[in-house]
Design a protein around this ligand. Sequence first.
Ligand SMILES: [Zn+2]
Ligand SMILES: [Zn+2]
Length: 410
Amino acid sequence: MSHETESIYGGVEAMLDDLEALYKDVHRHPELSMQETRTAALAAERLRAAGFEVTPGVGKTGVVGLLRNGDGPTVMLRADMDALPVSEQSGLDYASTTDGVMHACGHDMHVAWLAGAAARLAAARDQWQGTLMAVFQPAEETAEGAQAMIDDGLFDRFPKPDVVLGQHVMPAPAGSIGTRSGVITSAADSFEIRMFGRGAHGSMPEASVDPVVMAAATVLRLQTIVSREVAPAQSAVVTVGALQAGTKENVIPDEAVIKLNVRTFDEDVRTHVLDAIRRIVEAEAQASGAPGPPEITALDHYQLVRNDPGAATRIRTAFRAHFGDDRVVDIPPISASEDFGSFGSEWHAPSVFWTVGGTDPDTYRRARDAGRLAELPTNHNPRFAPVIHPTLETGVATLLAAACAWLAAG
Ligand SMILES: [Zn+2]
Ligand SMILES: [Zn+2]
């Protein structure tokens, strides 16, 4: 990090009250995926005030801000904006005021981070050169938002970035940052599988093809994919999250529905697991004498998020220079999934995603010492509540350090 860019951080302290107010405001007013109109308006207003050219309504509620500041690289910073259908139980005085909707994944923090970094870089534009592109994305939680922006012409309407950068708040000590080269979040695939039998009176099984037994056998055999077909050094998750059939004890129903979710960290493993699911489901239906083949419907797909090795090294070096070695840790791949990867992979631009801790460091230490880390509320938990400081200032500073690793050299 050059000497001059250090002063970019100097202004962060003075913005913190304002950013905290923005964070609490967004937290109080969570909006579900593809409905982030209020949040998007707040983001657009912040960008306009900082002097960005602002394009709202990209992919329905997405917002793109451009700050052209001379020759140099183009850096895209991305924040997601959507909340979840979760009833908040955090007990915070700034808890959600919308019934059954909560910022349980911390995307409100992401919005405040990016608003802060965009304002700071705009104010310090004499210290860097290039183009800054701030992207506020809808609907990460439903895997729709990045694609909606891309389908709405993101790649044609805006300059192609030299690097695409994003970050996520996670349950780790606040103030710490997690980086990684290569795959950082898993691919996720969800399916609904409908298996067909033949209904009959519960006393006459011979007249039926029982979809309850068919589905039960299928669920058990699906468990053998990871244990028997994936190599020990590889990994995958196959979770059957829903299994539904029948209404009454003495009626054999005529169909069963299975909903499942798959996580993988490697394209070849993913292909193998998805093929195995189809093979098993079709074979179990056939083994049961099903009157028709099962219907397999894909529900959603998140691709692997893969950090470009060169760009990831550049980011880690910048983070270590600014935060010190002990605050920047190398993390293993995360089994959560993200649609952030779509921007870099479909635009053929290097991208890097990292994590920022959001748990009060004392709470984290006590839980770790007591062997109870697993009990800390994770993302999507109704009690998920990142501690505001130093989470807020850390996430602003990471964006500044990462962006400057390109722009300050511009
Ligand atoms: Zn989430
Ligand atoms: Zn999230």
